[in-house]
Each structure stands twice: as structure tokens, then as C-alpha cells.
Write a protein that binds this ligand. Structure first.
Ligand SMILES: *[C@@H]1O[C@H](CO)[C@@H](O)[C@H](O)[C@H]1NC(C)=O
Ligand SMILES: *[C@@H]1O[C@H](CO)[C@@H](O)[C@H](O)[C@H]1NC(C)=O
Ligand SMILES: *[C@@H]1O[C@H](CO)[C@@H](O)[C@H](O)[C@H]1NC(C)=O
Ligand SMILES: *[C@@H]1O[C@H](CO)[C@@H](O)[C@H](O)[C@H]1NC(C)=O
Ligand SMILES: *[C@@H]1O[C@H](CO)[C@@H](O)[C@H](O)[C@H]1NC(C)=O
Length: 333
């Protein structure tokens, strides 16, 4: 587990999501730059016949980028998603999704008109059966190939500007690991050149909104595959914790007695495989993580930059942030 307390710096980029609808990765889609798949309810692009949405040109903000990234036209994530698509579904009303087939967060029902409030609970407040159900959902996600999404395994240039698509299947759990990798990976500048000073989702104002959307989408995918429309991801209240108190075999897994980077053999997660961990290797090949397994899950809660993050935030730190004097976020991977 990488534990990082991230402090807000003055960085700002267009956010990139990085998941590709399976229905939009043919060379035809990529050459035409159009991603307006049919909604299964009526077979029309974006559910247009049912008034769900329509296929529209993407309009990007003309706001100039900051000086932090002194390049243009070298990274597929710039002005996302315009390198891949310039037309996508624009959904109306409470409809949402790549084909307007789902509802905006908080809305349910066939016409997305039913409002429902879901509440996230502290993981320590779950009963044992509730906690075990959560772990079973994670297992199901790790074993279920996404029917809706695939990941790119090469850059747009490596795909010969869309004429030679490179995409792979991925399971629902790893899809989100991959998205998180993609938004924060280094920029590949070609040859052996890499720009490391870039991250579209961390250490900047984008941190909270990006991760909020990320978790909402993750919840939505778990709701879909489990049929549990009321699923919410439990949270860990780390205020004032002296150490990682969910890093036990009952919860997210204790440390391996012999190797601090691995999980205890008794942990539920010790049989899991990790993906997207070999960042230097991808950089040296100027390629993307392709989602293949890279060995057992690695996590070391004690292994972080203690000069930047000497301890978990206290309640007082959180109060200070909420008063508007700064923005703190905490992330566990
Ligand atoms: C979108 O991209 C296609 C393919 O490059 C191009 O023909 C079309 O003019 C573009 N449309 C807009 C609105 O930029
Ligand atoms: C959903 O909307 C359609 C079209 O407006 C309507 O015919 C149908 O009765 C609505 N269904 C529900 C459950 O509200
Ligand atoms: C891809 O597009 C770029 C910019 O338009 C062009 O320079 C390059 O030759 C194209 N590459 C291929 C393989 O078509
Ligand atoms: C979800 O919660 C609602 C009430 O908030 C309930 O009516 C519904 O049956 C629940 N669904 C499931 C699958 O448990
Ligand atoms: C996927 O990536 C790994 C690690 O970078 C590499 O060893 C492997 O050859 C790649 N597989 C494919 C099918 O490209």
C-alpha cells in the first residue's frame, strides 16, 4: 500500500479519465474520431430516439495551459479526449454514460427520475457479514472482465494514428487501477525522453474532484456486476490513526512477516496479482502498462517519504483544511 498525504499545489490541467468504451475502439471509430455507440434500449446512437442524448462535437475550453508542462502535442492526455475522439454522446436530463445508458449519480429507475441517497459507512462499522460481502464484491470485480470498457495498450502514435488499434480486455477492479495509473503516468516524449513532472490527478486542485468521480464510477461498476444497487464503498477514517489500522488480515491485509512489501499469507488479498507497477520499465520502452499480472500484490504502509508525510493527518489537520486554509487528501492503493 502506498500511503501518501497529498498537498495541494498550484497545478491545473484538463482532467483525463482514460477508459475506452469497447464499442468505440475499432479503427473506423478512431479514424472518424467518433464515439457515439447505440443505447441497447432502442438501438439508436446515444439513445437519441428515446430522448436520452445525441452525438455532439466536443467543445474544449480555450483556457491556456499553465507553464508546468512545456510541450504540446506530445501526450495523448492533453485536451482529453480530443486526440482519440472529437464527437461523443451528450446526454440530456439525468442520463449519463458513453451511450447515455446510465443515470447520473444519485438517480435510479428506467427514466433516471427516482432519487436515492446512498450513504458510505466506516469500514469499522460494518458487521462481519457486511465486511465479508464487501471482500466478496472485490473478488468478483477482480474476476469479471469488463463488458463495457477496454484499456489501450499503446499510445495514439503507436496505434498509427488510430489505423491500428491496440486495446486489451481488463477486469473491473484492474480497470480502475489502470485508469489511476494512466492519469498519473509520466509523459512519453519519444526516443528515450520522459517528462516526469506531470500528474493530472494529484498534488493539484484536480485531486479531490478527480478522485470523487473515480470512486463514484467505481461504485457504479460494482453496483452493476453485483446487482446490488445500494452498494457503497466503505471509508477508512484515518484521522489520528497511529498506523495503518486497516492493514490487518481481517480487513485489507497485514504485512508479510518476512517481506514488508508483501501481504501476510493469511490475508484475503495475498493471492491477488498486481498490475501497472513497473513504471520505469514502461518508460524505458516508451509504452503503456498493458494490464498483465506482475506478481503478488505489493504494499508497504511504512515505506513513504517521511519528510513530506511524517504521520497520518490528525483531526486538527482535517479541521484546518476544512476551514479553507489548504486542501489535504489521502489515498490508499
Ligand atoms: C473530427 O475528426 C475527424 C477525423 O480527423 C475530422 O474529419 C473532423 O473534421 C473533425 N471534426 C471536428 C468537429 O473537429
Ligand atoms: C419512462 O419514459 C417513457 C417515455 O417518456 C414513458 O413512456 C414511460 O412510462 C416512463 N417510465 C416510467 C417508469 O416512468
Ligand atoms: C500521425 O499523424 C501525425 C500528425 O498528423 C503525422 O505527422 C504522422 O505521420 C501520422 N502517423 C501515421 C503513422 O500515420
Ligand atoms: C436498496 O434500497 C432501497 C431503499 O433505499 C430498497 O427499496 C431496495 O430494495 C434496495 N435494493 C436492494 C437490491 O437491496
Ligand atoms: C505487457 O507488458 C509486459 C510488461 O511491460 C511485457 O513484458 C509484455 O510483453 C507485454 N505483453 C504484451 C502482449 O504486449
Amino acid at each position: 500500500m502506498l500511503l501518501a498525504v497529498l498537498c495541494c499545489l498550484l497545478w491545473s490541467f484538463q482532467t483525463s479519465a482514460g477508459h475506452f468504451p469497447r464499442a468505440c475502439v475499432s479503427s473506423k471509430n478512431l479514424m472518424e474520431k467518433e464515439c457515439c455507440p447505440p443505447w441497447s434500449g432502442d438501438g439508436s446512437p446515444c439513445g437519441q430516439l428515446s430522448g436520452r442524448g445525441s452525438c455532439q462535437n466536443i467543445l474544449l475550453s480555450n483556457a491556456p495551459l499553465g507553464p508546468q508542462f512545456p510541450f504540446t502535442g506530445v501526450d495523448d492526455r492533453e485536451s482529453w479526449p480530443s486526440i482519440f475522439y472529437n464527437r461523443t454522446c451528450q446526454c440530456s436530463g439525468n442520463f449519463m454514460g458513453f451511450n447515455c445508458g446510465s443515470c447520473k449519480f444519485g438517480f435510479w429507475g428506467p427514466n433516471c427520475t427516482e432519487r436515492r441517497l446512498l450513504v458510505r459507512r466506516s469500514i469499522f462499522d460494518l458487521s462481519v457479514p457486511e465486511k465479508d460481502k464487501f471482500l466478496a464484491y472485490l473478488t468478483l470485480a477482480k474476476h469479471t472482465i469488463s463488458s463495457d470498457y477496454v484499456i489501450p495498450t499503446g499510445t495514439y502514435g503507436q496505434m498509427k494514428n488510430g489505423s491500428a488499434p491496440m486495446f486489451s480486455d481488463i477486469n473491473i477492479y484492474d480497470l480502475f487501477v489502470w485508469i489511476h495509473y494512466y492519469v498519473s503516468m509520466d509523459a512519453l516524449l519519444g526516443g528515450s525522453k520522459i517528462w516526469k513532472d506531470i500528474d493530472f490527478a494529484h498534488e493539484a486542485p484536480g485531486f479531490l474532484p478527480w478522485h470523487r468521480l473515480f470512486l463514484l464510477r467505481w461504485e457504479q461498476e460494482i453496483q452493476k456486476i453485483t446487482g446490488d444497487e445500494n452498494f457503497t464503498i466503505p471509508y477508512w477514517d484515518w484521522r489520528d490513526a497511529e498506523k495503518c489500522d486497516i492493514c490487518t488480515d481481517e480487513y485489507m491485509g497485514a504485512q508479510h512477516p518476512a517481506n514488508p512489501n508483501l501481504l501476510s499469507p493469511a490475508s484475503f488479498f495475498s493471492s491477488w496479482q498486481i498490475i501497472c507497477s513497473r513504471l520505469e520499465e514502461y518508460n524505458s520502452h516508451q509504452t503503456l502498462c498493458n494490464g498483465t499480472s506482475e506478481g503478488p500484490l505489493q504494499r508497504n504502509p511504512g515505506n513513504h517519504d517521511k519528510s513530506r508525510t511524517p504521520r497520518l493527518p490528525s483531526s486538527a489537520d482535517v479541521e484546518f483544511s476544512l476551514l479553507g486554509s489548504g486542501t489535504w487528501g489521502l489515498e490508499i492503493q
